[in-house]
Design a protein around this ligand. Structure first.
Ligand SMILES: [Zn+2]
Length: 447
């Protein structure tokens, strides 16, 4: 799109995620310079912008793109891979026998291709912003820049970080810290609305006080928040109490890791005092229900956290690129866990549409996740013909029971059309998937 030319996306049911005007029948959104210029009825905006290019939603839903606040792009090549040891019996064994073996053998080309494939999948499922958490200890230097290259090619809005850990020795930890530093400095040098960074940390149980102190000093210098796994399995808590005499959130709080820009993924095993610390520090807790169920680590007490004022967003932890799917699982896990069919109707949509939007808006310093003037034009068109009345008060019920990622037809990020009628302009998906299969085959041999 040329500077200051207008694109209208109209003739659809406009879901804004703005409580002042949640739904516009036969609605339209006007995009200019990557931002939303106006919303209204299709008739009104066509009259206001008679020369604008018009993208016809043909009666479908027009809504904000989805946001995934905890993602692992590098997990792509694990799909269908056979493990070489006995099946893992607990969370640490899953890490040792799968993820810590896989990440070690990734090359920079694998990092790029696995990111590219997953980003395409995100776009095809209507996700327009991701917060990725990366690890490739055999190919650290430049890894975040390769992921950024994939983000640039696909057009996905991305916040990246490299996970620092002591589990692979001091040299790897040093290189990881350096990768975060170089990437964060480069983001500062050449500001890009589509790219941000956080300082990545693996988890309490693989990080010494010494390394964490180095990271907090550097993150303060770089003015960056953290992205860290917190109390995902009970073993993290047990190790923390044994080694440090306190629980995980307490330790991270005492070391200065928590705060309004910090993403604390999981928080499955936290007590009341830790919930208070997450709330008072204004940290962002990310709920990953599918991953937690798959790893059998427990059900995070996020409903309690929400009731106590903790900001809780929704992530996939690499389990899926379809955040509509994560929404469904978030709806179910708490009903199942509590034995209360009335539980968790309100909280999961608030996590996905409300808090994820707030987290992304703070990170990218402009409104994301709402169709309002001035927001980034991150918009999806979803094929959905409601069999029952769709009203301002039942939008979330329609999305929960009627929509999945594969129904997304068109995806727009920052005003750029990155998918139109299921096709990604300028992206040869067949060629990329063929290359990915070749790389994955070699990776499986090295694994
Ligand atoms: Zn994770």
């Amino acid at each position: 799109m040329q500077a200051s030319s207008i694109l209208l996306v109209g003739n659809g049911q406009l879901i804004t995620h703005d409580h002042r005007l949640p739904l516009v029948d036969n609605g339209c959104v006007a995009i200019r310079d990557g931002l939303i210029a106006a919303i209204g009825t299709t008739a009104a905006l066509r009259e206001s912008y008679p020369a604008a290019q018009f993208l016809d939603a043909r009666g479908r839903l027009i809504m904000p793109g989805l946001i995934n606040t905890h993602m692992h792009l590098y997990s792509t090549f694990a799909r269908g891979m056979a493990l070489k040891d006995d099946a893992p019996g607990n969370f640490v064994e899953i890490l040792e026998r799968l993820w810590w073996r896989l990440d070690k053998v990734l090359t920079l080309e694998d990092v790029y291709l696995s990111a590219l494939v997953a980003m395409i999948d995100c776009i095809k499922n209507g996700t327009t912003t991701i917060f990725d958490h990366h690890s490739s200890p055999g190919a650290i230097a430049g890894s975040l820049f390769r992921i950024a290259e994939a983000a640039h090619r696909t057009g996905l809005r991305s916040c990246l970080c490299y996970e620092v850990t002591d589990r692979d020795g001091t040299e790897v930890a040093d290189q990881s810290i350096e990768e975060n530093r170089e990437f964060l400095e480069s983001c500062k040098r050449s500001p890009d609305d589509l790219l941000r960074g956080l300082f990545g940390l693996h988890a309490s149980f693989t990080l010494s006080d010494h390394t964490l102190a180095r990271c907090t000093r550097l993150a303060a210098e770089l003015d960056a928040g953290f992205h860290v796994h917190v109390a995902e399995a009970e073993s993290d808590v047990i190790q923390c109490q044994r080694e440090h005499g306190k629980r995980v959130v307490e330790r991270l709080h005492d070391l200065g890791i928590l705060g309004p820009r910090t993403i604390a993924a999981h928080c499955v095993h936290v007590d009341d005092r830790e919930i208070d610390l997450l709330q008072s520090s204004k940290s962002n807790v990310i709920h990953n229900p599918e991953s937690n169920m798959g790893n059998a680590v427990g059900c995070a007490p996020v409903l309690k956290m929400v009731s106590r004022g903790v900001r809780v967003g929704l992530g996939s932890d690499g389990y899926t690129c379809d955040m509509f799917e994560s929404l469904k699982v978030a709806n179910l896990i708490h009903k199942h866990q509590s034995g209360q069919p009335g539980a968790a109707w309100a909280e999961p949509p608030a996590m996905l549409f409300g808090q994820n939007a707030a987290i992304a808006s703070a990170c990218f310093t402009r409104t994301i996740g709402q169709l309002i003037p001035g927001a980034f034009a991150d918009i999806i068109v979803v094929d959905y013909d409601p069999p029952t009345p769709l009203t301002a008060s039942n939008i979330n019920g329609h999305i929960l029971f009627g929509v999945s990622g594969r129904a997304v037809q068109t995806t727009i990020v920052g005003g750029r059309i990155v998918m139109l009628d299921r096709k990604l302009p300028g992206i040869d998906e067949d060629e990329i998937m063929a290359k990915a299969r070749v790389s994955a085959t070699k990776l499986w041999q090295r694994f």
